[in-house]
Ligand binder design. Structure first.
Ligand SMILES: [Zn+2]
Length: 67
């Protein structure tokens, strides 16, 4: 049996967002500018995170543009 010692995952959290002019190129939904915080975890222990601002789709969650 193979045991995976390292379990790496990444979570993405939208901290706050407000609607902005523009539509999603994938689904045509409304866009909003949001502060995104992503956290990389190893074995459920956070060891690296960063936050940035991005324009995302409020409907499908696609990142349309990141700063
Ligand atoms: Zn979309």
């Amino acid at each position: 049996m193979v045991c995976f010692c390292f379990l790496v995952d990444q979570t993405r959290k939208i901290q706050r967002s407000k609607p902005v002019a523009g539509i999603c190129s994938r689904c045509g939904g409304g866009a909003s500018v949001a502060d995104v915080k992503s956290c990389t975890r190893v074995c459920y222990v956070p060891f690296y995170w960063k936050s940035w601002r991005a324009i995302i789709c409020t409907f499908c969650g696609a990142i349309l543009r990141s700063y």
